[in-house]
Design a binder for this molecule. Sequence first.
Ligand code: NFS
Ligand code: SF4
Length: 672
Amino acid sequence: MAELELDKLSIDPAAQELLKKAQAEGVETIFDRAKTMKPCPIGVEGACCRICAQGPCRVPAPKKKPGEEKPEEVKLRMGLCGATAETIVARNFARMVASGTASHNDHSRGVAKLFKEVAQGEAPGYEIKDVTKLRRVAKDWDVALTAGEGEEAKPRPKEAVALDLADKILAEFGQQSGEINYTRRAPKKRQEIWRKHGVVPRGLDIEVVELMHRTHMGVDQDYKNLIKQSTRCALADGWGGSMISTDLQDIMFGCPVPIAGEINLGVLKEDHVNIVMHGHEPLLPEMLYVASQDPELISYAQSKGAKGIQLAGMCCSANEVLMRHGVPVAGNYLHQELAVITGAVDALVVDVQCEMQALENVAKCYHTKIITTDDRAKMPLAEHIPFDEHHALDVAKKIIREGIDNYPNRRAPVLIPKESSPTVVGFSYETIQYLLGGSIRGSYYTLNDNVIGGRIRGIAGVVGCNNCRTTQDSSHMILIKELLKNDVIVLSTGCAAMAAGKYGLLTPEAASKYCGEGLAEVCETVGIPPVLHMGACVDNSRILMAATACVKAGGLGTDISDLPAAGAAPEWMSEKAIAIGQYFVTSGVYTLFGVTWPTTGSEILTDYLFKGIEEEYGGKWDFVQDPYDMAKRMIAHIDLKRKALGIDKARERVLMDMEMRRQLEAAAGEEH
Ligand code: NFS
Ligand code: SF4
């Protein structure tokens, strides 16, 4: 194996330490393969069409010759059938949106189906935990909360409300016409924009199916029309499936409130049975959490020589159980193989999404048992224990038992890095409202007030994955720190939020260390971290809700596109990220991606996504590899919006105040 430059692979010392171990033990990881296998230069531009058997047809963008200002025009850039570069690149982009949306919405279908069974009392062990949220959500779906007329009216039992709600939600997956329900939650002006452009989703499944149809050979050959359907599809994710997942998960498992946790591989314990839950749907992890506390299983673990059972999460499953139960997190996306390489993971339980097949290979070198649990996501070498909501706790116990049985099989030298950082997470949209809104106004009033007054310059969403084509967590950290320094508060989800946690940014103490004076003052007064962990990637819907609440609280314009806000995924890799980006852009947000950009094969299409689309939706895409530059552009955009709102002067006053205070303090210091 080739020598690896560890500090170029990850900024995380835990990752570096385990990569060294892997090298010494001759175990290959994604980091090794990234060195030997380079991305296809045509595919990376989105310029390869392989949707029919006459291709693949390749239409790479013309390259500049040295010394040339512009590349020589190439006359004919089309596939065999005549599909232009614009069509081909747009189709590839559209299919990423379709797949990303399908992933989020199929997740949400599973959650909705479980929710119905819970309402019917057919899913023992699960319950309706958050009745307040149930009622609030039911109201949004026009489900009756009371039965009887006038004075006779009585509140309906929660199960009855839940059952009606479940049926309405499940019907939306197959709905063929009309508008999906949650787009009504958006600011009025936003809804009008969507209606004007004909992109309000009709149902959740239809938009994915239609997009797949339209990208078939010889169907939609107008790049703008393809992007239009991509928008309708992506909106069915953000304001559809993802939002449904968030709401129903909160109702069943509890709406997150601030809770302490720990992040990084150091949360594993050498003398415990370590079980890592990796994936996305919290249905089974909720039960694994219950099962891990079962006294019988704990003494079973002890009978095998372990001190107890240590449960830890990975990827978005981790975010779900971290923010609801404080279950520690072993790491983000690029930590998955590394967890196995510790030699201390007795079972790695996966469900769906972001699970590398390489886990099987790595696990062969150690004793770790990979257990798949979802019939939609199997691995040929893994053991399959299917999740069954009718016996969820039994399944969970069986899995934990397997992990315990595997504990005595540890063979490789165990190495658990010491890194693990304390975090405070659980900033649901509701929690932020409570903390920053005050009980009287019950809205985002205080947050807005601080933005208007200039203490908070703006709001940024930093989300998304790790990507082995770039140094793990590096861009996340540089970008977030630059934003904080400039008084931009950061909302975060997914692997980005975990990255923030690993380096101590999810603690209230981080405020004084990393923020500009204005933001530090707000965070310290309220007692919150400057980076608010809002959950998993489906919980980007919480960011949409928070943005909407800011609009509704007043003073910052009438639409999401008026807010001094921007979003970024500096280390993205998954198709889900593209779906998320597309719904943010078309909800009015300036959205920047790093690493690589999948439409560079067509300048015309890229131009449309980076500029033209803004005229229609008020938001636009951008692609910037350098995280410092990314921060600069986000802040410039925030300042532009502040100016348009007429609140740019307020910030200057705040800065002047601070300068004066500093001078006074300095003067006072001299006197003593
Ligand atoms: Ni989001 Fe979560 Fe991570 Fe990327 Fe994958 S875990 S759903 S897709 S890699 S952030
Ligand atoms: Fe080539 Fe057209 Fe077939 Fe695509 S659809 S592979 S461009 S012939």
